[in-house]
Write a protein that binds this ligand. Structure first.
Ligand SMILES: [Zn+2]
Length: 207
């Protein structure tokens, strides 16, 4: 078979394989670091607590509702685009991708605690990356098939703000990589993992 006819026969398939490879490389962190082990189990603390009285997740609507005018008042243009219009911020030039400080990451739309620095790792992707949320009840998941890829979108279940996506290529112990937009988060520094736990517990107790 001549080279040209090989290309004609297999060219399109080859292109798909190359494109898929490029996409996979883009998504896959090369040498992800693992979060530092800590004795403080935030997930246990969160799931042991009942949700605060103002957070009823049994209804069809998100507990926190705002008008468009209120959202625009609360958020910057970038935060609004990412959190309310399912946008994605640029990698590396965002606020928290390289933030190594100890503390709590809250939802930009409603201040709900979503992620802890103790679960953050350097994925090399240019976006803040976590191995797990603080409370799986609070981080909703939706299948997202935009851009020709099937991905799992994650959002705050309290106010509906888009956070990012979760991929199955994260480090141990969960093997998950929550790839989150800085624009969807606000960071509250804390002195220690125990201090993060105190902030989380305060939210659950409605303080
Ligand atoms: Zn929220």
């Amino acid at each position: 078979m001549k080279t040209t006819s090989i290309l004609r026969s297999y060219g399109p398939a080859l292109l798909v394989v190359l494109l898929a490879g490029a996409l996979f490389t883009f998504a896959m962190p090369e040498n992800p670091t693992r979060p530092e082990p800590t004795d403080v189990d935030l997930n246990e603390c969160a799931s042991a607590c009942g949700l605060p009285s103002h957070v009823d997740l049994s209804g069809e609507d998100y507990p926190v509702q705002r008008t468009e005018a209120e959202w625009k008042e609360r958020l910057t243009d970038l935060q609004y685009h990412v959190a309310r219009e399912q946008g994605t911020e640029r990698p590396f030039s965002n606020r928290y991708h390289d933030n190594k400080k100890t503390g709590l990451y809250r939802c930009i739309g409603c201040d709900t605690p979503l992620f802890s620095s103790t679960d953050k790792f350097d994925s090399g992707t240019g976006w803040p990356s976590f191995i797990q949320p603080i409370d799986k009840r609070i981080l909703g998941e939706t299948r997202d098939s935009s851009y020709g890829m099937v991905r799992v979108e994650v959002h705050c279940n309290v106010c509906g703000s888009h956070q990012g996506h979760v991929f199955p290529d994260g480090p141990k112990p969960t093997g998950l990589r929550y790839c989150i937009n800085s624009a969807s988060l606000s960071f509250e520094p804390a002195e220690s993992p125990e201090a993060i736990k105190a902030l989380v517990e305060a939210w659950y107790l409605g303080k």
